[in-house]
Design a binder for this molecule. Structure first.
Ligand code: ADP
Length: 367
């Protein structure tokens, strides 16, 4: 656990504190995102945790121990650090770059070599083809992965990441974010992560700390920040699309109705009746192997033929793990107000536009 107590940083020659009496706790195993406009003190805060910057006043504790009691070099060796510019040494190979901290710890050669390969595989790079390359021979996304691997070399419990995915294009960034989330689910490290991008904060954070002018303006889960912004600054920082962002937090599963009516082709004439009996929003159309092939909404059943419905409803299926935002987008695209929800190949229920509306609608207890 990391704890900052009344931490202030006033840079030499400055009147205004870069960080102003900051107190916060970052729980063990959580990812805490520092977010806010440029110059609000995010990086300064991050660097005071590993003593790259010394606070003017206040205390930083890691697992209850004051960081001032640790030798700065040893402290930094034990904390993973990833930056936007990556900072790989250009004249060292990928393997040598990753091995820097393990070497400082005096690990035997064999153990280092094994660890390098393990880490490269972990971050999605092929050890055999990547190990001996130089940074200039890698793409931006590959370099960033090596940067993450290097920071994790000695398996530090704490990682500090300063705009780690800021220098890669949006497609690669999205991919790296997903990979990072997957890794973090397994490793449960305590992570402080700086970004200026609220969408990245919402996607990556267990907690989000919103800074403005050196002060912590709000600290909470993405859900708390989105549903209860502390003030107009936070509201503006989140943007107009607060409802849509809220829908990006949860999968369809959260709102799904557990009633899933199924019909086979021989039953098609009775589909309307079956759906009405169950008061369902529609039905799954099963193919000959009994797998859901399409979803037909209740209103469209009377007097239409199987083939037409099958064709029209093929795309009206989502997985339970699909984000609510993406399900809403699909509804808008298809012009439908309900979709069939699958759990793998099994019908799991139905998601309706009305439920999404109720969930986000301020008047009905949402935002
Ligand atoms: P952020 O990471 O949120 O962009 P920083 O922590 O880098 O913000 O900076 C906070 C404030 O401190 C800014 O006003 C910045 O100009 C100032 N600052 C940062 N580093 C220094 C420095 N080395 N000397 C003087 N002022 C600095």
């Amino acid at each position: 656990m990391i704890e900052l107590i009344e931490v202030t940083k006033i840079y030499r020659g400055q009147q205004v504190p870069a960080v102003d009496r900051l107190s916060m706790k970052i729980e063990k195993g959580e990812t805490c995102i520092f977010v806010g406009p440029s110059g609000c003190g995010k990086s300064t805060t991050l660097r005071m945790i590993n003593r790259m910057i010394e606070p003017t006043s206040g205390t930083v504790l890691i697992d209850g121990q004051d960081v001032r009691q640790s030798d700065p070099d040893r402290l930094r060796m034990g904390i993973g650090y990833v930056i936007q510019q990556i900072g790989l040494l250009p004249h060292r190979t990928v393997a040598e770059n990753i091995a820097i901290v393990p070497r400082l710890y005096g690990w035997p050669k064999e153990k280092i070599s094994q660890r390098v390969d393990e880490l490269l595989a972990l971050v999605g790079l092929d050890p055999a083809t990547t190990r001996h390359k130089y940074p200039a021979q890698l793409s931006g996304g590959q370099m960033q992965r090596v940067g993450v691997a290097r920071a994790m070399a000695v398996d530090p419990p704490v990682m500090l990441m300063d705009e780690p995915f800021g220098a890669v294009d949006p497609v690669v960034r999205n991919y790296l974010q997903d990979e990072f989330l997957r890794l973090q689910r397994e490793m449960k490290k305590t992570i402080c992560f700086v970004t200026h991008d609220i969408n990245e904060a919402i996607k990556m954070g267990d907690k989000i700390a919103i800074f403005n002018q050196g002060r912590l303006v709000q600290y909470g889960t993405p859900y708390e920040i989105l549903t209860r912004p502390a003030n107009d600054f936070v509201r503006d920082f989140i943007g107009y699309d607060r409802a849509v962002k809220l829908l990006s937090l949860f999968p369809v599963e959260k709102l799904v109705q557990r009633r899933a009516v199924t019909v086979t082709r021989p039953e098609w004439a009775r589909a309307g009746e079956k759906v009405a009996d169950q008061r369902a929003a529609g039905c799954f159309m099963l193919d000959e192997a009994g797998r859901p092939a399409a979803f037909a909404p209740a209103g469209a059943l009377a007097g239409t033929d199987w083939e037409r419905q099958l064709e029209q409803g093929r795309e009206a299926l989502v997985q339970a793990t699909t984000l609510l935002r993406d399900a809403l987008s699909l509804m808008l695209e298809l012009g439908r107000d309900c979709l069939g929800v699958l759990d793998g190949e099994q019908p799991a229920g139905v998601i309706t536009l009305e439920e999404i509306r109720q969930y986000t609608c301020r008047k009905e207890g949402g935002l």
